[in-house]
Design a protein around this ligand. Structure first.
Ligand SMILES: [Zn+2]
Length: 457
C-alpha cells in the first residue's frame, strides 16, 4: 500500500476574489513537502481587512516554498507578514512579478498605514518586512521545471492575465495539479494569450467573472470615448479610478490609439499615480512579456502608454497642479477600488459636480467605495466627510484582465482535467461556473470554503 498523500488547505481566497492563499501538503512516508500558492491580501470594505492581522492557519516556518502567480496585491500582499511570522523557504516568481513586488508592496503599505491610522490599528508588517520578504524571491521562467525534491516539481505557464502572470503546475506522485492564478481574457489586450497546460488531474480555477460575459474591447473603447466626448461638451472632468498594474496601461494604450488615429481630439490627461508610472517602467523593461504587436510598436519607438497631452504626476505638488488645471480633462488615479490613494482626493473634489463623469473600469469588491459608487450611491463617505454624488457614473468591463464565463469554459474544456475546484470568486459567481462545468462538460466540480482542507488522494 502506498503511503503517499496530498492535501490542499484553502487558507483564504475561496468563495472570495481576494486573499489568494493555498497550501499543498505532499506526504511520502516520513517526508512532507509543503508549498504555498500566493500569499495575498484579503480586501473588502477595507483595503486591508482585519483578518489580515490574524495568525496564518498553518505554521509559516514549516512551508518549503511559495510560488507567486502575479504581482496584484491580493496575491502577494501578505507575503511580508508570512516572512515576519517565520517563513524561511524559497519563493519563486517570473522576472516581471519579482521586479513589481517591492514596488507594489511599498505602495500598498502606504495605503494600509493611512487606513490603519484612520481606524486606530496597526499595519500587519512594515518596510523592513517588505525588504526581507522580497529578498527571498528567486526569478524563474515559464516552462522551467523547478525540482523541490524527488517527490515534487513545479512549472509556471503564462496565464495571460497581466505582465508576468503565471499558472502554477505541480507534478507530484505522478499526478498533476494546476492552479490558474488569475486567468486572462482570450485574446488578452497587452500580454500574450494564456496557455492551457496538458495532463492535468486537478484544476484549481479562478472564477471572478464566472457568471458574466464581458462586453467586447471595441464596446468598452466606445464607452470610454463617448465619456470623453461628454466631459468635453460639459467642460468637466472624466475621473477614472484604475488599478495601477495592467488596467492603467490598457486605458493609456486605448487613449493613445484613439488620439493617434484622429478619432479623439487631443485632451489633457493626468495620470495621478506615482505607482502606475513605476509600473509602466516595468512594462518597458520587459517587452518580451508583452504581445508581439505591442512589442513591435515599442521597437519602432512608439510608446503605447504615452502621448503628447499626457502628464504623469509623481509627487503631491504635481497632484495639486492637476486640480488647478483647466477643464475638460481626464484624471486617472489609483487605488482601483477607491480604497485609498489619490483617487479619493479627486472623488471628494469632483463627485459633487454635475459636469463630472466617473468611469468605473473593473471588479469592485463588495463594501468598497468603488462598489458603492458603481451600485449607484448618491451620498458616500470619503475620509470622514459626506460627499454628494452628482456626477454621472458609468461602468465598463471590456478592459478587464480577467477571463469571463465563456473564456473560463473554453479553458476548462482545453485543459480537460479530471476534477475542478472553483476558487477566487464570490460565491454566486463560483457556484454559477461550477454548475456550467458540471452540466456542459460533465467534469466533477467542488466549490470549497475558506479554512477547508481536502485530501486529494
Ligand atoms: Zn490579478
Amino acid at each position: 500500500m502506498s503511503s503517499s498523500s496530498i492535501s490542499v488547505l484553502f487558507a483564504r481566497g475561496a468563495r472570495r476574489v481576494t486573499g489568494s492563499n493555498f497550501l499543498i501538503e505532499a506526504k511520502n512516508g516520513d517526508r512532507t513537502t509543503r508549498l504555498l500558492i500566493d500569499c495575498g491580501l484579503t480586501q473588502g470594505e477595507r483595503y486591508c481587512e482585519s483578518v489580515n492581522r490574524e495568525k496564518f492557519s498553518y505554521d509559516p516556518a514549516t512551508v518549503d516554498a511559495v510560488f507567486f502567480t502575479h504581482a496584484h496585491e491580493d496575491h502577494i500582499g501578505l507575503f511580508p507578514k508570512l516572512v515576519k511570522d517565520g517563513f524561511k523557504g524559497n519563493a519563486y516568481a517570473t522576472a516581471p512579478t519579482k521586479a513589481l513586488m517591492p514596488i507594489m508592496l511599498e505602495d500598498s503599505l502606504n495605503i494600509i498605514a493611512e487606513e490603519a491610522k484612520r481606524c486606530g490599528d496597526d499595519a500587519p508588517y512594515n518596510t523592513e518586512d517588505i525588504r526581507a520578504a522580497t529578498g527571498l524571491v528567486s526569478e524563474t521562467d515559464y516552462h522551467k521545471k523547478i525540482e523541490l525534491n524527488s517527490d515534487v516539481s513545479v512549472t509556471l505557464y503564462n496565464a495571460g492575465h497581466i505582465i508576468g502572470s503565471a499558472s502554477v503546475a505541480i507534478d507530484v506522485f505522478e499526478k498533476r495539479i494546476l492552479f490558474t492564478g488569475d486567468l486572462g481574457r482570450s485574446p488578452a489586450i497587452l500580454v500574450p494569450e494564456r496557455e492551457t497546460p496538458k495532463g492535468v488531474d486537478y484544476l484549481f480555477m479562478e472564477s471572478v467573472y464566472g457568471d458574466r460575459v464581458h462586453e467586447s474591447i471595441e464596446e468598452s473603447t466606445r464607452i470610454l470615448l463617448t465619456a470623453v466626448d461628454d466631459v468635453r461638451r460639459k467642460k468637466g472632468v472624466l475621473l477614472i479610478p484604475a488599478f495601477s498594474l495592467e488596467r492603467t496601461q490598457i486605458i493609456l494604450a486605448a487613449l493613445d490609439k484613439a488620439i493617434s488615429s484622429g478619432r479623439l481630439p487631443p485632451i489633457d490627461v493626468f495620470l495621478d499615480s506615482p505607482l502606475a508610472a513605476k509600473v509602466t517602467e516595468i512594462y518597458e523593461r520587459y517587452p518580451e512579456f508583452l504581445r508581439s504587436d505591442v512589442r513591435a510598436r515599442m521597437k519602432r519607438g512608439d510608446d503605447p502608454f504615452s502621448f503628447a497631452t499626457l502628464t504623469i504626476t509623481r509627487d503631491m505638488e504635481g497632484s495639486r497642479a492637476v486640480e488647478k488645471s483647466s477643464e475638460p480633462k481626464i484624471i486617472i488615479a489609483g487605488a482601483g477600488m477607491s480604497h485609498g490613494g489619490r483617487i479619493r482626493f479627486h472623488e471628494a473634489r469632483y463627485l459633487p459636480e454635475k459636469t463630472t463623469t466617473l468611469l468605473i473600469s473593473g471588479y469592485q469588491v463588495p463594501g468598497s467605495l468603488g462598489r458603492r459608487l458603481k451600485d449607484g450611491a448618491r451620498t458616500v463617505s470619503i475620509d470622514g466627510a459626506s460627499v454628494q454624488v452628482r456626477a454621472d457614473v458609468k461602468a465598463l468591463d471590456g478592459f478587464s484582465a480577467h477571463a469571463d464565463r465563456n473564456d473560463l469554459m473554453s479553458y476548462v474544456e482545453a485543459v480537460a482535467p479530471k476534477k475542478v475546484f472553483v476558487i477566487l470568486g464570490e460565491t454566486t459567481s463560483a457556484a454559477s461556473i461550477a454548475q456550467r462545468i458540471q452540466g456542459f462538460l460533465d467534469i466533477p466540480v467542488d466549490v470549497p470554503r475558506e479554512g477547508e482542507r481536502l485530501e486529494l488522494f
